[in-house]
Design a protein around this ligand. Sequence first.
Ligand code: EPU
Length: 421
Amino acid sequence: MDKLVIEGGRRLKGVVNISGAKNSALPIMAASLLTDDTCVINNVPLLKDVDTMIKILRALETKVEKKKGTLIISGKCKKVKAPYDLVSTMRASVCVLGPLLAKKKYAEVSFPGGCVIGPRPIDLHLKGLERLGSEIKIKSGYILARTRKLKGAKIYLGGHFGSSVLATANTMMAATLAEGTTIIENAACEPETVDLANFLISMGAKIEGHSTPTMRIKGVKKLHGTRHAIVPDRVETGTYMLASAITGGELFLKNAKLAHLFAVVDKLRECGVKITEREDGVAVKRNPKQAVKPTTITTLPYPGFPTDMQAQMMSLLCLADGISVITEKIYPERFIHISELSRMGAHILLEGPNAIIKGVKNLNGADVMASDLRASAALVLAGLVAKDKTEVHRIYHLDRGYENLDKKLSRVGARIWREQE
Ligand code: EPU
């Protein structure tokens, strides 16, 4: 396995190209199972998770061609079993459940895996599909879902922590081919859910209210092929905004859109970061002579502050001039980065889902490791500004979710390279 070596202390300056959103691309790839026609998907990020989804689609005997950032998915899927060895590596694999059920009336999908960020139940996925008229059993670690005919229903999809992005995706995808109308209450409103809905609409689905908590889906008999470009990745954008902020740098994030990042932009501005939107992207700048201001953050479903930006924001706040508080309301245990940031000299106290961060003057390079994608990104950010050398081990998770992170950072002046462990 590779590690990343970072020599911190360089101000980043230049242009970073923002890739397509991982969390849009994965469910959209799964949604292509809903048609026998060809779907062409552009602006797909080159990531391990995308490769895993390609393998799952191929295991279902669907044809997938990959040409750089374009995927051509075609042909009837013949198999209905998504196997453990693939599904266990990635949470988003569970997205094939809804489309398989709708198209083939039967699906066998292994319980999903993914990052270690606390419990990740799938009760809302199962509730949505059951309410549409399917019968679900769990056997030998697999979800077995069967239906004679899916029927539209009124479904409340709120859980203990609010709406669910992928449960909304699974229910919405299955409902596109159900008989009658489905109403999802407390539907996720994340930009990736909206991108998926737009993809389905371009295939002939009848969906309304897809950026609101009440989504209405009128089932159709058949969906057809389409061509779609994935939206820019808001979490990748936010991560590079922080790379600029933490190094007191000046980055232009090409293709980035602020529309999906208001909560993050608001907090960064409060910390003293200058952010300007232009036609082709976003400029992010911080004066290194001025201290980072502390702030308070609570993660919430969209349009609140995203949990996927919590760890990266914490790295910046470790260096703020005062005390900051982060409350994690989506995954109360998603704090794996705290122990690693502490190894680098951060002062953080964890009290339940609240992290209290007392800013320090400097972070120091260290050997660190995280088994969560965004936590790993936070450690890279800390490494960019730390004194001396930081080694981020087990970067498997980074490769799952950030396209060419090390190359993109080197191009704007970071001293970062990959070595074999
Ligand atoms: N939840 C339930 N029951 C369910 C599903 C979820 O209680 O059946 C809970 C979760 O435990 C959590 C909350 O609901 O407390 C929200 O989870 P959600 O279902 O929205 O998460 P997800 O759909 O599995 C997606 C992203 C995650 C991101 C979350 C929250 C993808 C592939 N993954 O996961 O992204 O953190 O939404 O925004 O879209 C990442 O990219 O690093 C990542 C983890």
